[in-house]
Write a protein that binds this ligand. Structure first.
Ligand SMILES: [Mn+2]
Length: 414
């Protein structure tokens, strides 16, 4: 039996007392990856410092980490492990060894099996159960890279800011970058033909839709280029909101989604389904070029790169927010880039700024095209900024173009 796990996660191996998982753990994991818990994980209600340090150190360094527990672990013990993993933006996988055919531990195995329905309801990414000695002996743990780990993907890239349905400007900018994009026909026959400059790929930072005049055609172009291997894309908050509408959920009508909905309502069902699957398949961010470049819609923190969690996705979609709204009714954002000190270059969008300017090795390429600004791309690795002015303002900005304020309490001198 093949057990597939992310190559970065916390693995909790749970075995019935006496059935000893060590053989399994020793054959599947490296000695330095494993901490073994003989009795309870929380003697006296607290996690021993040595275990906590082991987990924190490894998970912080983005190293696969295994807890080998020779007992079923209580619910609060499992919750504690999941909590620690989450604090490092790591997923948690459970592997339960419950050999029904092991006469020596049959009672303990039955006890363990009774807790399985509860375990599978907890926040584990997966719960794998090995139910016989043969299954345990033949199991093979296979590690696969997380979907946000694209360190093996290399440029050159052209990283394109928030398009928001501005198809003319998109085609114009792509042409300036050496791409040829043609879009022809109507209804079911509407087609995209695209050619890239030799060896180059486009990366879209998200917010393809809303406010602008032609969100479906922008989606058509991006979906076609991604399918052809000519482009990569990350989702923006507007794209994800549209996904909720496509999934039949209620969305608040503001911030330009009404235009997108009316543009999509005249499209074929099949097209709307393709859009839904496309947005649904996008990962929060791309960690590229051996870790030298990260693309995320609203930004990212260094310690989140290449990881997968709800908090990582939230940050990538919305940036650093306070949870409150400002006098314009918009979520209060903070200037995370001002605090960034990492070596990985971050290219992002989300916050319209008058000019794309480097700050602490980050670049915002949202120059407010849909508001009458310009559509901007970064050529990588050349670090050349290429823009095309908007033909007109398609929407009125609610806030002036600018980076958000510093987080309260953050002092650049400190
Ligand atoms: Mn956005």
């Amino acid at each position: 039996m093949k057990i597939t796990i992310p190559d970065f996660c916390l693995v909790v191996v749970i075995a019935a007392p006496g059935s000893g998982p060590s053989g399994f753990v020793r054959s599947q994991f490296g000695l330095s990856e494993v901490v073994s818990v003989e009795d309870g994980l929380l003697p006296g209600g607290v996690l021993p410092e040595s275990i906590e340090q082991f987990l924190d150190t490894r998970l912080q360094r983005r190293c696969l980490t295994v807890v080998e527990a020779r007992n079923a672990l209580q619910r609060d013990e499992r919750a504690m492990l999941i909590h620690i993993a989450k604090s490092h933006y790591a997923q948690t996988v459970a592997i339960v060894l419950a050999p029904e055919d092991d006469d020596q531990v049959v009672k303990q195995v039955q006890l363990l099996q009774r807790s399985l329905p509860q375990i599978s309801k907890e926040s584990f990414l997966d719960v794998h159960v090995l139910r016989s000695q043969e299954e345990i002996a033949n199991a093979c743990v296979e590690r696969v890279p997380t979907r946000t780990d694209n360190r093996g993907e290399h440029g050159p890239f052209d990283i394109i800011g928030d398009v928001h349905g501005c198809v003319d400007e998109l085609i114009g900018l792509m042409s300036k970058l050496g791409y040829t994009i043609e879009i022809t026909g109507g209804g079911r026959d509407r087609r995209v033909v695209s050619r890239t400059p030799a060896g180059r790929r486009a990366i879209f930072v998200g917010d393809l839709v809303d406010r602008g005049p032609a969100s479906p055609d922008v989606l058509r172009i991006v979906m076609h280029m991604v399918a052809q291997g000519q482009a990569l894309a990350v989702p923006g908050n507007h794209d994800v909101k549209l996904l909720r509408w496509l999934n039949g959920r209620n969305v608040k009508p503001g911030h330009g989604i009404a235009q997108t909905i009316s543009q999509l309502e005249v499209e074929q069902d099949e097209f709307r389904d393709e859009v839904r699957d496309f947005i649904d398949g996008l990962v929060s961010h791309l960690w590229l070029e051996n870790g030298r470049l990260t693309v995320a819609h609203a930004g990212i923190k260094e310690e989140m790169m290449g990881r997968v969690s709800g908090a990582v996705r939230e940050f990538c979609l919305y940036g650093e927010t306070s949870g409150e709204t400002d006098e314009f009714g918009l979520p209060i954002r903070y200037h995370w880039a001002a605090e960034y000190r990492g070596e990985t270059t971050i290219v992002y969008g989300h916050t319209p700024v008058p000019e794309a300017d480097w700050l602490n090795n980050t670049l915002c390429v949202d120059t407010g095209c849909v508001f009458g600004g310009k559509l901007t791309a970064l050529r990588w690795p050349e670090r050349q900024i290429v823009s095309i002015p908007a033909a007109r303002a398609y929407a009125t900005p609610i806030r002036p173009f600018a980076h958000p304020p510093l987080r309260p309490g953050y002092s650049p001198e400190a």
